[in-house]
Design a protein around this ligand. Structure first.
Ligand code: GLU
Ligand code: ZN
Length: 316
């Protein structure tokens, strides 16, 4: 149970305009923070520079403003946080948790015992030192033989054995970029985020992030994963509306709220986004999120979340 006010965040990657899937994450995180008068922060995840689309960040920000999704404080741009990530990496290095890995993607694929939920499981080749003549490529963190458990606000109790499911994972990539897993943990901690609300595609990343938070001695945030728009009877919301949400802001907002199980009254359908949002903040009920799925939270994505979804709340 949360005893302090929620500090939530929305963390879009500027790889394109805000689409229905990201709108769901934005609205869900906004309502869950604001319904308890909490803070809602914005972080632009522009770390993976090769994937960043010029102009997309601005476009996302303008859309959020237009919809009345106003954030608190300054935007945190991940591209400006190299120093913080480097420091975090050093603190783990000092404790012997980091090792250089000389394996290529191909080598890992060839020797991974079986494919994991998150791609091939690192077979541990360089764990005890680089073989002679090998050049360090990525930096990995040594994971313990430990099962990470947490209770997701929608999906219920989740557990994942880090070693079996992912293996030692990358914190600095071969191209020199810091990995998403590291950045998200460093940033959530530094911003005081205590409520992480995002799409269920990241459910399988959460144990890694909890492990890192614990390694840094950070408090562990609450995690609330939202069903993916692709899960609902195979309807791809993002496809149906095209890339951006231009087909009427109010309609997009009503659909996102209904997707999250919130019963927007019919007579409110034509209201301006700001009015819809005030209604949603006042009425938002997390227990309805799973109910909208008829108790069946399934992912049809390649990332198999299904074995982890022993949903507590899902059956309510
Ligand atoms: N940037 C990620 C995305 O757009 C979200 C990361 C997160 O919420 O932790 O999918
Ligand atoms: Zn290696």
């Amino acid at each position: 149970m949360m005893t302090t006010l929620p500090v939530g965040r929305f963390a879009p990657s500027p790889t394109g305009p805000l689409h229905s899937g990201s709108l769901i994450a934005a609205i869900g995180s906004f309502c869950l923070a604001r319904r308890l008068s909490g803070r809602w922060l914005l972080r632009m995840e522009d770390l993976d520079t090769p994937r960043v689309v010029p102009g997309a960040a601005d476009q996302i920000l303008r859309t959020l403003e237009r919809l009345g999704l106003h954030w608190d404080g300054e935007i945190l741009w991940q591209s400006r946080r190299q120093q913080a990530y480097q420091q975090a990496l050093e603190s783990l290095t000092e404790r012997g948790l980091i090792f250089p890995c000389g394996c290529s993607r191909k080598e890992i694929l060839a020797s991974a015992p079986h494919p994991g939920e998150e791609g091939p499981i690192y077979p541990g080749h360089c764990r005890n030192g680089l073989a002679p003549g090998r050049r360090p490529r990525a930096l990995r963190v040594r994971v313990p033989r430990q099962v990470i458990c947490f209770t997701d606000g929608v999906f219920g109790p989740i557990s994942q054995g880090l070693e079996e499911a992912v293996g030692d994972f990358v914190l600095r990539r071969a191209d020199g970029l810091f990995a998403y897993q590291l950045a998200v943990v460093v940033d959530d901690a530094e911003s005081g985020v205590n409520q992480v609300v995002r799409g269920a595609d990241l459910l399988t990343s959460t144990p890694r992030q909890i492990f890192l938070h614990a390694a840094f001695g950070n408090p562990i945030p609450d995690y609330i994963h939202l069903p993916l728009a692709t899960d609902l009877a195979g309807i791809k919301l993002s496809k149906r509306h095209g890339a951006a949400i231009s087909s009427g802001d109010s309609q997009a907002m009503v659909e996102a709220l209904r997707f999250l199980g919130q019963q927007v009254p019919r007579e409110m359908e034509g209201e301006a986004p700001q009015q819809l949002l005030s209604w949603a903040v006042a009425h938002f009920d997390i227990r309805k999120i799973a109910a909208a799925q008829g108790g069946q939270i399934l992912t049809r994505t390649k990332k198999a979340v299904a074995p982890l979804t022993a949903g507590q709340n899902a059956v309510k």
